[in-house]
Design a binder for this molecule. Structure first.
Ligand code: PLP
Length: 388
């Protein structure tokens, strides 16, 4: 039995997305910038996908810029806005300390060219207080970036409140909605943001496609220079097959939002089952303000990586938080920023479910965990004694 509980890392592509990608690879393979019929049919794929992505976030199609994924969308938002705002001399950015590396490392790059950054830490349940964002802002703050839902603990942030503060102080508001799109309703107008990043492979589309929504009137400097693609905001021949897949996934995701309560029920069954069956376990993050598919659980007395490998040997795929830092024994920067004690930043696993997860799969994991955890704790005990 192979069980996939790592939907926050990537989702299995939906059949609709595979069909659209295949169609664009085989039939509508033209260059969308070409004038002839082949080009026009590829352009029609882009138009259809743009309309579907815009509809998923309640936006105008003309405001959607296709990118190679969430990372590029975050880069375009922050670097593009910084380049546009540089001449004004306000070079301060406020972001949460629990952003994805796509945002955090882009901010570090901005710091290397003279921008100042303030990272706001969340409370112990992983929620950013809008008042703390306001307190971090100065007269120089030009950009605020706070993610919509966190990838490790699933916590949903008060983005609308933060965006209202940013607007009142004439700063641009960016939100990374990579982990919320397809899981909760996302509306750019309800959120009141200026830029919003999303990624196809997190909601049933292919890898290598994403989008940055940019409110009309917001100035961005293109980061990829070349042709006039994407209304001069992102040069380069569009990846029509992946974008067509993203469009189909966006349509399906909008229709499947109603399935989320069932996913939440399975997540709760998993969580309650693990807490009851395995002593020394704690849930990280806010149990109410979080996306339906995610639970992050600390297991006292083990290394998360060891349990991840033990589960993998049983056919169960989970994650130790951000996939990008897996393979290293680095503590989770998210759990650390939440102020959790050091062992909990290293002994926590993220279980992220999806529409295809079944009760039988959840029960298999709940049954397997007590034995695996007990074995790892026994193995750890002599080593702990030797260190003392
Ligand atoms: N932002 C968040 C919150 C993510 O979870 C991820 C992927 O893990 C990204 C950005 C990066 O997206 P992509 O994989 O499309 O580059």
């Amino acid at each position: 039995m192979r069980i996939y509980l790592d939907y926050n890392a990537t989702t299995p592509p939906l059949a609709e997305a595979v069909a659209a990608t295949t169609r664009a690879l085989t039939s509508t393979f033209g260059n969308a910038s070409s004038v002839h019929a082949y080009g026009q049919s590829a352009k029609a794929e882009l138009d259809e996908a743009r309309a579907a992505v815009a509809a998923l976030i309640g936006a105008e199609p003309s405001e959607v810029v296709f990118t190679s994924g969430g990372t590029e969308a975050d880069n375009l938002a922050l670097r593009g806005a910084a380049d546009a705002l540089d001449p004004a001399g306000r070079r301060h950015i406020v972001a949460s300390a629990i952003e994805h590396e796509a945002v955090l490392n882009t901010i570090r790059a901005l710091e290397r060219r003279g921008w100042r950054a303030t990272l706001v830490t969340p409370d112990t349940s992983g929620v950013i207080d809008p008042a703390a964002v306001e307190a971090a802002m100065t007269a120089d703050t030009a950009i605020v970036s706070v993610m919509h839902a966190n990838n490790e603990v699933g916590t949903i942030q008060p983005v609308a409140e933060i965006a209202a503060i940013a607007r009142a102080r004439r700063a641009l508001m960016h939100t990374d909605a990579v982990q919320s799109t397809g899981k909760i309703p996302v509306s750019v107008s309800a959120l009141g943001v200026d830029m919003l990043a999303l990624s196809a492979h997190k909601f049933g589309g292919p890898k290598g496609a994403g989008a940055l929504w940019v409110r009309r009137g917001v100035r961005l400097v293109a980061q990829m220079t070349g042709g006039k693609h994407e209304r001069n905001r992102r040069a380069g021949t569009e990846n029509v097959p992946a974008i067509a897949g993203m469009g189909a996934a966006a349509l399906a995701a909008a229709a499947k939002l109603g399935d989320m309560p069932a996913v939440a029920a399975l997540r709760d069954r998993l969580e309650a089952g693990v807490l009851a069956a395995v002593p020394g376990t704690t849930v990280n993050g806010d149990p109410r303000r979080r996306v339906a598919n995610t639970t992050n659980i600390s297991f006292d007395g083990i290394e998360a990586e060891s349990l991840l490998i033990a589960l993998d040997l049983e056919g169960v795929a989970v994650s130790t938080g951000s996939a990008c830092s897996s393979g290293s024994l680095e503590p989770s920067h998210v759990l650390k920023a939440m102020g959790l004690p050091s062992p909990r930043t290293r002994n926590s696993l993220r279980f992220s479910l999806g529409a295809a997860t079944t009760p039988a799969e959840v029960d298999f994991v709940v049954d397997a965990l007590p034995g695996l955890v007990a074995r790892l704790r026994t193995l750890n005990r002599p080593a702990a004694a030797a260190v003392r």
